[in-house]
Write a protein that binds this ligand. Structure first.
Ligand SMILES: Nc1ncnc2c1ncn2[C@@H]1O[C@H](COP(=O)(O)OP(=O)(O)OP(=O)(O)O)[C@@H](O)[C@H]1O
Length: 428
């Protein structure tokens, strides 16, 4: 692959404030790059240095192996087009005229538009699905339509590189996907090199082939979405905790913000401790919400690698662990009991029981005085793989005190709140 844009020790400052502090990057022909980073980290400034709308203090920028400064304006416009952040058009032009402006670098002064210009404008209107808007006034378009027109104008320059600064920032989710689908099409089919600045980590992860994470004017990380969007990179650059899962459609990382209230260090806002006995992903619908409500949560015994174990680990929760696919050992049961003894409430999800994890059910018999919520929306018979042993223990448990059967998962939070109130009331 050959280089399209290269920078060496690129530095830039506004007045005396250093913004870009020595950027070395290589973008190759056909790349689809997403530049990400927090507010003020220097993304737009970098993009403007790459498009020559700002001039670096020191260092170099090369475009297709030639120093950027050596391009004439016309040659540069034929090579590289920009979709700026604020694509407002102040005049009352119609869509066709706006897109035709992209042909300026190819037109001699005072010359009429050529047939080639018209043909190219028609082509780019087709690709960007703006033909039907041809006669419309640019200011009468929706945000998504206007953005397609601005992209069409950039494409009419017949560039090899397209630079876009937050192309979807003011668009709703439907238009966001539409614009990125268009960029993907242009990248794959027209072999356009695309460099886009975005705040949307998930959109960028899903569409861009490479990411560049900027922090304080330096490249903090670069590479594939998996390489760049790690929990620790995000923690360090954005100072925030996230959950990272795989997007099942794209197989790329998908990031969910963990609300500050749910972070381990903020969790002491409630004194109420809950111990959860789970497995097989039975906590996925409620665990992070419960955490964000401020409860102190422990779990056990979970097999390492189990879906609930993974989630609990990502959330930084304390838990009793067993080896993957192994039976729970006595030592692990003891650890589990220690946690339970500190808890104000036990939740038993609707996990299936086999001989390997039956100890997770049995342990409840030892805590008759603790309140227990038992998920009951899947009958015990349907998740008993112990030839009836689990059902036997379950039925015995139901005869004891302090059991609260949960028939509908939606009622979990109100049930917890109710029990919390009565428990706290008792302590007062
Ligand atoms: N014209 C300007 N004059 C002075 N300072 C500026 C100018 N433009 C940007 N800055 C400052 O330079 C820094 C980097 O800005 P830049 O717009 O490149 O960041 P960004 O990563 O694109 O931010 P955002 O995500 O908020 O758009 C910021 O501190 C900003 O305030």
């Amino acid at each position: 692959m050959s280089l399209m844009i290269k920078t060496e020790k690129l530095k830039f400052s506004y007045d005396k404030k250093n913004i870009l502090k020595g950027i070395d990057l290589d973008f190759y022909k056909g790349d689809f790059i997403g530049i990400i980073g927090p507010n003020g980290s220097g993304k737009s400034t970098l993009l403007k240095n790459l498009s020559r709308s700002l001039k670096a203090d020191s260092g170099s920028v090369y475009l297709d192996n030639k120093v950027l400064a050596e391009y004439s304006s016309v040659k540069l416009a034929k090579k590289l087009a920009v979709v700026p952040q604020d694509s407002q058009v102040n005049f009352n032009f119609n869509v066709y005229d706006i897109i035709m402006m992209g042909r300026h670098p190819y037109q001699k002064r005072w010359s009429r538009t050529s047939n080639e210009d018209k043909e190219i404008v028609r082509e780019v209107m087709q690709v960007t699905d703006t033909l039907k808007l041809k006669e419309k006034n640019i200011n009468a378009l929706s945000g998504g339509e206007r953005q397609r027109v601005i992209i069409a104008r950039a494409l009419a320059q017949k560039p090899e590189v397209l630079l876009l600064d937050e192309p979807t920032s003011s668009l709703d989710i439907n238009y966001q996907g539409e614009i990125y689908d268009l960029l993907k099409y242009l990248n794959k089919n027209l072999k356009l090199t695309i460099i886009t600045v975005s705040h949307d980590l998930n959109l960028t992860a899903q569409y861009c082939e490479k990411l560049l994470l900027i922090k304080d004017g330096i490249i903090f990380a670069s590479g594939s979405a998996e390489e760049v969007l790690t929990k620790s990179n995000i923690k360090e650059v954005y100072n925030t905790e996230v959950l990272i899962k795989k997007n099942p459609l794209s197989n790329r990382p998908f990031i969910t913000l963990i609300p500050a209230a749910s972070l381990q260090e903020n969790k002491n806002n409630k004194d109420f401790k809950i111990h959860i006995i789970a497995g097989g992903g039975t906590t996925k619908n409620f665990l992070s919400d419960l955490l964000s409500l401020g409860y102190q949560i422990t779990l056990g015994v979970l097999n390492i690698g189990d879906a609930d174990w993974q989630l609990a680990r990502e959330l930084g929760l304390e838990m009793a662990e067993a080896d993957p696919f192994e039976n729970i050992t006595e030592e692990e049961v003891r650890e589990n009991k220690e946690m339970i003894s500190k808890a104000d409430l036990i939740i038993l999800t609707n996990l299936p029981f086999g001989n390997g994890n039956l100890a997770n059910l049995k342990v409840l018999e030892e805590f008759p005085n603790k309140k227990k919520i038992l998920f009951n929306n899947i009958e015990i018979e349907k998740r008993d793989y112990t030839k009836g042993k689990a059902k036997f223990i379950w039925n015995k448990l139901l005869e004891t005190e302090n059991i609260y059967l949960l028939e509908k998962k939606e009622n979990l939070f109100s049930e917890i709140k109710r029990l919390e109130k009565s428990e706290m009331g008792r302590e007062l």
